[in-house]
Design a protein around this ligand. Structure first.
Ligand code: GDP
Length: 489
């Protein structure tokens, strides 16, 4: 029996456990190799958002494609052998997209999910660059076939050098008209292209989000992509993708929620961090609140941010006000336990909150507030196994809360809200060292924000714009925490 003992689930006890998440997950997996895949339903409330039949069937056919083309197959062997030929892609049975990790873990998860959606839409096989710690963080998501790009992949040594200036970058090829005209059908004469979808991308790289350019890219057997962004909202601008996307996601703001839950399964080691913490501090609470505190461009504690957190949580009634104890308060009812999970690089925020609710009583008298923090890593680190594992565990723990408060701009928070299916209260970015008024606001959707959407339209004469919303589809709106960003709602 793989169920952990004595878990007080937040789940619905009347319904049998939906381990496969409404059909989102495939059945044929070895349970022990990835406990989180099966046990997450013990810790989560069942999602109110059911995946569409179209999405489920798309995922099942993707899994078949993946198995047919994965490393180790004849098709993969042939496709890699053809890498150095000047192929137009004709006759290739399997086409690939290689995801290369970039930036912090939140950014990575967002770009991974975006690339996976693009792979689904274009019938490409996603493979992930495994040279960092991907294997220590996530289980294999597809049955009977690996998603790890073999280390001996012929371009491995070049991947790190790929950037927007690279000769095989899509933007560069486009800019220099490196296209061939074959009976008036244009195409790239290359077996691979590098896609630069990083926040600093330029006009030509951004043409990735244009219909005509997608037909050029479509013929190239191998794509290698670097991105630090959740570029899903702009895929909705492409007419050829739009109709399929609306079928797959009739409720548009569930893209990350479903694909994240499908793709992101913490390894057993990370799952241990999640479950031990949950069982020790959160499982017995009547309600769980997550507070994700991320302060950019400042390493230490900021009193201002603590004031903002207190002001937000009390104003929004997520936490009770704390007041001096009155001796004659009658306490008839058993108080409810509200567990607060604080995530932050610094320990001071949770220490201060803890002190407030220990030294004082809650104004309503019927709530006991317990404050907990898992790690205090102090500084962001790159490619350190345990550091990243803790970060993933904490994103996941936040996603198990009933409500969350997140920090503006932070992809760490986006992952938690998306996995959890929650509209967070966003702590607005403080300007001029003052607590913003209001200190926070409720997000309109649980979708992550695309921080750097294209600023150039697809027509030759569009030119740049300072309003990315003008060239986006009607399914998106401006992000609450970043005016230049867009999100599905
Ligand atoms: P973003 O920078 O807030 O958008 O989020 P990212 O996850 O992309 O990058 C921040 C990185 O800093 C994380 O991946 C962690 O490595 C580290 N970090 C930031 N906040 C926390 C935290 O609350 N807990 C832990 N464990 N790590 C954090």
């Amino acid at each position: 029996d793989l169920d952990p003992p004595n878990v007080t689930t937040t789940g619905n006890h009347e319904n049998p456990r939906d381990t496969l998440q409404g059909g989102l997950l495939a059945k044929s997996f070895d349970q022990k190799s990835c406990l989180s895949r099966y046990q997450s339903s013990l810790y989560r409330k069942p999602s109110p958002y059911k995946p569409s039949i179209a999405l489920i069937s798309k995922l099942r056919s993707y899994e078949k494609l993946h198995k047919r083309c994965a490393p180790g197959t004849e098709s993969y062997k042939r496709a890699t052998e053809n890498l150095h030929k000047l192929s137009h892609g004709s006759g290739e049975q399997c086409q690939y997209i290689v995801w290369v990790p970039l930036s912090g873990l939140g950014n990575r998860i967002l770009s991974l999910v975006s690339v996976f959606l693009y792979a689904l839409l274009t019938e490409r096989v996603i493979l992930v660059d495994q040279r960092n710690d991907i294997n220590d963080l996530f289980c294999e998501p597809f049955p009977d076939a690996s998603w790890l790009l073999p280390l001996e992949f012929p371009l491995t040594n070049q991947i790190d050098r790929f950037n927007w200036r690279s000769p095989r970058s899509f933007g560069n090829m486009l800019k220099h008209h490196r296209l061939i005209n074959n009976s008036s059908i244009k195409s790239f004469q290359t077996s691979y292209l590098y896609l630069h979808l990083v926040h600093n991308y330029g006009e030509y790289d951004q043409m990735f989000f244009c219909q005509g350019d997608q037909s050029l890219i479509r013929k190239v057997p191998w794509l290698i992509v670097k991105s630090d962004n959740y570029f899903v909202p702009s895929l909705w601008s492409l007419p050829s993708f739009q109709s399929e996307l609306t079928k797959l996601f009739p409720k548009k703001d569930t893209v990350f929620h479903h694909l994240g839950r499908y793709l992101i399964h913490p390894t057993n080691q990370v799952w241990g961090l999640v479950t031990r913490f949950y069982n020790a501090y959160l499982s017995r609470a009547d309600e769980r609140l997550g507070i994700q505190i991320r302060v950019f461009h400042h390493a230490g504690f900021l009193q201002l941010v603590l004031d903002q957190v207190v002001s937000c949580t009390q104003r929004e009634k997520l936490l009770p006000e704390a007041q001096e104890e009155e001796v004659n308060i009658s306490k008839k009812t058993t108080p409810k336990l509200r567990a607060v999970l604080v995530t932050s690089l610094n320990p001071e925020y949770s220490n201060n909150l803890k002190r407030v609710y220990w030294e004082r009583v809650s104004s309503t008298g019927d709530v006991i507030v317990g404050v907990y923090q898992a790690s205090q890593e102090m500084h962001q680190q790159r490619n350190k196994k345990l550091h990243n594992q803790k970060a993933l565990a904490e994103m996941y723990l936040l996603s198990l809360a009933d409500n969350i408060v997140t920090s503006a701009w932070s992809t760490f928070g986006y992952v938690a809200q998306g996995l959890g299916g929650m509209k967070p209260w966003i702590l607005y970015k403080p300007e001029n060292y003052t607590v913003p008024d209001p200190p926070c606001g409720r997000a309109t959707s649980m979708e992550p924000c695309f921080h750097s959407p294209p600023l150039y339209g697809c027509e030759a004469d569009t030119g740049g714009t300072d309003d990315s919303l003008k060239i986006a589809s009607p399914f998106v709106r401006r992000c609450e925490d970043r005016v230049s960003g867009i999100k599905l709602f």
